[in-house]
Design a protein around this ligand. Sequence first.
Ligand SMILES: [Zn+2]
Length: 270
Amino acid sequence: MKRSLIMLSALIALTACTSSSTGRKQVMLFSESELDTMGAASFEEMKKKTPISTDKATNDFVQCVAKSITQNVSKSVHKGDWEVIVFDSPQVNAFALPGGKIGVYTGILNVTENQDQLGAIIGHEVGHVIEHHSNERLSANKLQNMGMAAASTAVGMSDIENKDLWMAGLGLGIQYGVIMPYGRSHESEADIVGQDLMARSGFEPSASIQLWQNMAKLSKNSPAEFMSTHPSNETRIKQLTEHLPSSMALYQLGNRPSCVKPKVISTPKK
Ligand SMILES: [Zn+2]
């Protein structure tokens, strides 16, 4: 017990000296390539379990917005192309994973009125990846589990026993398709980073505020998954409004994309 505590503190001392871009101290126990492997494996799993949209106009719209965002993400976050999939599901949700993976559900496209609001969603999700939130959460899970069954250190495709744990750590529920909540500090950091990123990508940054107002309206009628997993929308509208002048300074009108939202988004019934 004592020995594992010493090892644990050594491990934290070795890895804890990082900070996020908003200045939060981060404990990260996994390497980027481990995270990329987990992200890619989880994404493959999602693609097997969830129908993929084949509607051309819908795919073109999502690809166009996603590309506009990801081309402004540092290569240190992900080197190659990003893989973007539109899932044919009424869920009001979207996610991004380490390893350059983005999933958007058709259900959320009925809430995003235009390219700017979808830019806000994708900017936010990619913000979680840029700030290594999955690594932090997986590390927290691992620290909790240390001492129990000599926590498995190797993370590989064969590590099936822990697959549900990684998927939860990556923000994907054990029942595939359910996005687990990140903590409040992660959410607010992804909001700030996402708003700056959308602005640099040529999306009108105030659209992030309209988006959350739409979400708030929607949740009055029927609680949406995205809302229940992404907490406190009054706080986030307030924070996004406060941050707007900084992101307006980054707004690159010259980069403005022209991604056309199709008139009708076909969404399967629940
Ligand atoms: Zn989030």
